[in-house]
Write a protein that binds this ligand. Structure first.
Ligand code: HEM
Length: 580
């Protein structure tokens, strides 16, 4: 991390760390309409021009006027049972994930991505953007809205404010500076081969102690965060084994490990996640020709003077384009395979009918600790054993489970408690509040083909088929122009320019400081590093028994990316995974 970022952190980000000493947001506070996310640990932070949001298309008008009527229409478009609801049959979490053709006919499989890509994408979101304060029912000004995260892929959600600033995140007991990870008591009894499992550190109330409480929103993300904690610790051990580093202090080893962890993570973003999400051709174009629309160095006053500061994130990215991932969420998942000879644990991501005070509910909400609440990553990524499930295509539909987010009935980390339970409604209402331009206006500005009113005729009742909220537009664009496999020209360019812009603007990233750098940690392919390599190196993928490893040439690949996240065809014969 560059020194400029440390300074930034010291004035602000400590505010969202989940120290028990820090005053938490409560449901009562949420009732004032100002705080709509349940983020224990958030405290006041003065807004400055250096940590606000910006606009990517300041000259374009909002898609709709900032009126109550427009907000009501936006809310209606996103409601449960409405145009965006995939109307999944939510009778059996096993069928929902193993037989999506029948139980989620409006949520088709994406043969290019595995189910875990969604959560890697969400983890990235939580590394760069956090606006927990904007009211849902009032206009918001991007320049007066604070981003509580550093706009950099620096894992500040994991490292917090560093060992001095966030000591609650660190474990010094080994003599090295490691990140705290907890064992998951009782997990051996319900885990294949009795493998021990791990959890985020938690206080006696099960509130997770981590750099961004949203990463405890559901078990899959909490376990991915835990994997990153292990990853850093494994890099520390790896470096310490190197005789050439034997005399280095623990502080020096920490800094080196942090840099290696960040750089390998950034490699995955640039070489795996981004090509999958926007297509390799767009990645190459933006890398080679530079951004056309995202002025990463530009300050709120329009002057190009931000080199010494963190970049400002455009609201078109954080409120609209990068929320495309909401369309990839599946209704249910196979969290783990259960004990040897036992049953796997399948569950809906969220089920609002569950008792919020149940210590081990039958859904995957976060904030709970129980023996079965751990992930077997083989379902989520392609380890070559045929056990992964595909992702859902990006399209104009969202799984029904996110139409009724459970935060309003009881404590739920990272989930809103203000009564607007549809994720789609929330996204769309923010478009009105922030005055986001329409997808069509941005397409015209970019000089790319715009979707026609006929292609958006489902929006006619809302009078939005000619001037469409950007978030919905980019998802329909992905569906209609890219077959739902990846983002289209508008969504792909916004996401690509921001990702690459942030990586280049961060002086401490590998892309900015050593663009020819290649991964050095052990991996399946020397000089490359994939999410499966990260999880394997982190030691969080204990082997499953009875696995038939197919010959490597049977693992399909794509022209875009290496095989770890890719499957060529998920045909109906695919539905019964080898391990049941
Ligand atoms: C289980 C999955 C997910 C859930 C439950 C979820 C839930 C939420 C919620 C409740 C919000 C705040 C909504 C508001 O009040 O405006 C939000 C914001 C957001 N989400 Fe998601 N999300 C998920 C996955 C994803 C994924 C996969 C991505 C991207 C690939 C993503 C990107 C974003 C972004 C960029 C924001 C705005 C963050 C900010 O600036 O504060 N989310 N999400």
């Amino acid at each position: 991390m560059s020194h400029r970022r440390s300074k930034y952190l010291s004035v602000g980000l400590a505010g969202i760390l989940c120290s028990t000493a820090i005053v938490g947001l409560t449901a009562a506070q949420a009732a004032d309409g100002k705080n709509n996310l349940n983020l224990p640990g958030l405290r006041e932070r003065p807004a400055t021009q250096d940590n606000s949001f910006t606009r990517m298309f300041p000259d374009l008008p909002p898609y709709a006027p900032p009126t109550d009527e427009a907000r009501t229409q936006a809310k209606k478009l996103g409601e449960k049972g409405g145009v965006i609801d995939a109307l999944d049959i939510l009778s059996d979490p096993i069928q929902s994930i193993l037989n999506p053709g029948q139980f989620s006919p409006n949520n088709p499989d994406n043969p290019n991505m595995t189910a875990g890509v969604t959560f890697f994408g969400q983890f990235l979101d939580h590394d760069i953007t956090l606006d927990p304060r904007s009211p849902l029912l009032e206009p918001s000004n991007p320049k007066k809205t604070t981003n509580f995260r550093t706009a950099a892929f620096d894992l500040d959600s994991v490292y917090g404010n560093g060992p001095q600033g966030s000591p609650e995140l660190y474990d010094l007991s080994s003599g090295e500076i490691k990140l705290r990870v907890d064992s998951l008591p009782g997990a051996e009894a319900v885990s294949r081969n009795g493998a021990p499992r791990f959890d985020l550190p938690r206080d006696p109330n099960n509130t997770a102690i981590l750099g961004d409480s949203r990463n405890d929103e559901h078990v899959i993300l909490a376990q991915l965060h835990t994997a990153f904690l292990h990853f850093h610790n494994a890099v520390v051990d790896h470096l310490r084994k190197d005789p050439a580093l034997a005399t280095q202090s623990k502080e020096q080893i920490f800094k080196m490990a942090q840099r290696q962890a960040r750089w390998h993570y950034q490699w995955i973003i640039l070489h795996e996640f981004l090509p999958l999400t926007i297509g390799q051709a767009r990645v190459a174009d933006i890398l080679n020709k530079g951004p056309k629309f995202y002025q990463v160095d530009e300050g709120p006053d329009g002057r190009r003077a931000r080199r010494s500061k963190d970049p400002l994130l455009p609201i078109e990215f954080s409120v609209a384009a990068y929320r495309f991932g909401h369309s990839q969420i599946r209704p249910s998942y196979r969290l783990n395979f259960g004990p040897t000879g036992g049953s796997p644990f399948f569950a809906f991501l969220f089920d609002d009918t569950q008792d919020p005070n149940n210590p081990d509910p039958d859904d995957l909400r976060g904030g709970k600790r129980a023996p079965r609440r751990f992930v077997d990553w083989q379902t989520f990524f392609n380890f070559g054993d045929g056990n992964f499930r595909p992702n859902k295509r990006i399209d104009g539909k969202l799984s029904s489970v996110v139409m009724l987010l459970p935060g309003s009935r009881g404590p739920a980390p990272g989930l809103p408690s203000d009564g607007v339970q549809s994720l789609a409604s929330r996204n769309l209402m923010r478009h009105v509040n922030f005055g986001i331009p329409s997808g069509q206006a941005i397409a015209r500005k970019m000089g790319v083909p715009a979707l026609t009113p006929a292609q958006l005729d489902m929006l006619k009742p809302f009078d939005m088929e000619k001037s469409t909220p950007l978030w919905f537009y980019i998802m329909k664009e992905a569906e209609l122009m890219e077959d739902g496999l990846r983002l289209g020209p508008v969504g792909g360019r916004i996401v690509g320019e921001v990702f690459i812009g942030l990586l280049k603007a961060d002086e401490s990233s590998y892309l900015a400081s050593q663009p020819r750098w290649k991964p050095v940690l052990p991996s399946a392919t020397r000089g490359d590093f994939r999410i499966t390599d990260l999880l394997t190196f982190a030691g969080v993928v204990p082997p499953l028994d009875a696995v038939v490893v197919p010959p490597t040439d049977a693992v399909p690949s794509s022209t875009d990316v290496a095989p770890s996240l890719v499957e060529a065809d998920s045909s109906p014969t695919d539905v019964a995974p080898p391990l049941q």
